[in-house]
Design a protein around this ligand. Structure first.
Ligand SMILES: [Zn+2]
Length: 128
């Protein structure tokens, strides 16, 4: 094998490696994009969590295909109690959506939950 042939093989290998890297990076970005385009809804009767693509969202409450009832509601995430943090947050349906009186409290830790519920100031994403 001549030096020229070796050089050509080295260039081909480098191009293939670069192509693979670009492909893997795109694949990873794609999955993040998918996660960002999904909403977690909660069934107000069964407590079941259902992930719905943003494009498929309808006015609430949405139909739960498993039960045939319109009980899927948007949730706020509570990360205030230790137990809520450990499991990556508790999905809470706001009282306003359920047409209940009074402030919404997290069923796990009892913290008052608001729309666009803030995360605790000392919370670090992924600590759970
Ligand atoms: Zn909580």
């Amino acid at each position: 094998m001549t030096d020229k042939q070796k050089r050509i093989i080295a260039i081909v290998v480098a191009v293939l490696a670069l192509g693979l890297l670009v492909h893997m990076t795109r694949k990873n970005l794609g999955s993040e994009e998918f996660a960002a385009n999904t909403w977690t809804l909660k069934d107000s009767e069964t407590g079941e969590l259902v992930k719905i693509p943003t494009a498929d969202l309808k006015p609430y409450p949405m139909l739960n295909p498993k039960t045939g009832k319109q009980t899927l509601c948007v949730t706020e995430l509570c990360l205030w109690g230790d137990e809520c943090r450990k499991k990556g947050g508790t999905h809470v349906i706001m009282n306003e959506i359920l047409k209940k009186e009074g402030p919404t409290k997290c069923p796990v830790c009892g913290h008052v939950v608001r729309f666009r519920n803030p995360v605790p100031p000392d919370y670090v994403p992924g600590e759970e």
